[in-house]
Design a protein around this ligand. Sequence first.
Ligand code: FAD
Length: 508
Amino acid sequence: MFRDGARKSAWQEEIKRFSSMALNSDHINFDVIVAGGGITGISTALHLQKLGKKCLLIEASNIGFGTTGGTTAHLNTFFDTTFDEAISKYGEDQAKLLAEVGKDAIAIIQNNIASHEIDCDFETKQGYVFALDDAQNKKLEKMVEGSEKVGVSMEFCKGISFPVPFVSVAMVPDQAQFHPVKYIKKLAEAFISSGGIVLEDCICISHSEDDSGITVKTSQGEFKAQNLVYATHTPPGVNILNMMTAPYRSYAIAFEIKDNKYSEDLMYDLEDPYHYYRTHIVNGQKLLIAGGEDHKTGHEQDTGVCFSNLENYVRKYFDVGAAAYSWSSQYYESVDGLPFIGKLPGSNGNIFTATGFMGNGMIFGTISSQIIGDLIINKENKYENLFDPRRVRPISGFSDFVKENATSAFDFIKDKLFMTKIDSLAEIKDGEAKVVKYEGESYAVYKESSDKIHVLKSTCPHTRCEVRWNSAEISWDCPCHGSRFSVNGRLLTAPSTQDLQRIKMEDQ
Ligand SMILES: Cc1cc2nc3c(=O)[nH]c(=O)nc-3n(C[C@H](O)[C@H](O)[C@H](O)COP(=O)(O)OP(=O)(O)OC[C@H]3O[C@@H](n4cnc5c(N)ncnc54)[C@H](O)[C@@H]3O)c2cc1C
């Protein structure tokens, strides 16, 4: 298992293990410990190591195991929070600052590619956003107006041919795409060559702070550092950020291409949730990668249906061949539509977080490396205030957002009571999973075959919500904060730091 799901992403074959060097007494104290081996953690660790800091990167599984191994890797200068929304929520000046992020982050990626000679299929592209009806057209008009106000080029255009029947389309120049795992793999190698240490299969469990610095408790022992960066979405354990971000699942399918009638550019519709397309050559074969069908984690009864919906949507318009890869992964939305990058709320100012990137984490993860790098070396950064996780924005919707996350556990308790009608494990068919009540306790049961049944306690160790079955990735997902577990209970996705409790069946 090299990714946090049972399905294979188009990038996954590039994931490799980084053999960790044997640690000795020199490797107990660090300037910076970075937890999380995705684009955010690796970019930040490399940047800080190059600034002369002695860094340790710890990763719970392997480099690229999380969302970076399951992304679709569009590099955009416009975001899920549109500029017209940003203007109305935060004002024009802040929206103008937000508008600089895409360009800055793409420049950092290009600079990394050039200075470390990274072959990661980077290509500059145009982006096209299209409206399928009048309501979407109104939305697109606002997007174009908002972009103009903040100085990001986005203009209505004509003469574009694309098989999806749109009523209007706007073009955004200077977008890009790349192979995310080829990119981070080389960044990790550059980090190691500059003296950094990578420790895989090392989960950060907790931290404590005192005058002498930060002690980080991990599955491979304790380490000390002056600074700690959580590039793990939310930090492990229970934290205020659990209430300010919500986990979402998103789906992608890479289809074999039959002819050359596909746009070479990056295409986005304005449905809710939206669909998007791009092409990529993987193992010498050109594929059409389509994405979308997002939903809150644990809120979809049958996640397999999300793949069918996406596949049907694509096949309705495109003459594509077989699905070479199909996968889903997890991203986090923030309560106010802006990421949280900077000092961790409640810390003394030496612990950092970077999350709430929505579908733009290649960009926000990259810019995090510079923001957090500057904060650590006490240098001003123009984005520091905009993305400060300690910001308090009493905007409408906050209490609903928190309530929505909190009620999800209650909804499931009702489902669970319904499950009591299942009075025996024998009712579960091979390849099926269910949460069942048995002698007053609740269990997550997956029947791999008639003689192999995996039984777990169904309560997530993080905040004791009840997990739900994800049939598409063969995992148990927590609807409250997005922790995920394999069928044998192994932790796949934080913020839990513990596995689901395994139950040994007497007849197994
Ligand atoms: C299907 C999909 C498509 C997307 N497409 C795009 C796109 O086109 N463009 C774009 O910009 N963004 C996109 N995104 C978003 C983007 O992929 C993510 O925001 C980004 O990959 C997050 O990177 P990260 O490094 O912060 O997190 P991750 O890549 O998830 O890395 C976090 C790492 O931390 C490790 N970890 C977790 N807890 C611990 C712990 N306690 N101790 C040690 N290690 C730990 C995990 O194992 C993981 O490897 C997409 C997201 C999805 C789901």
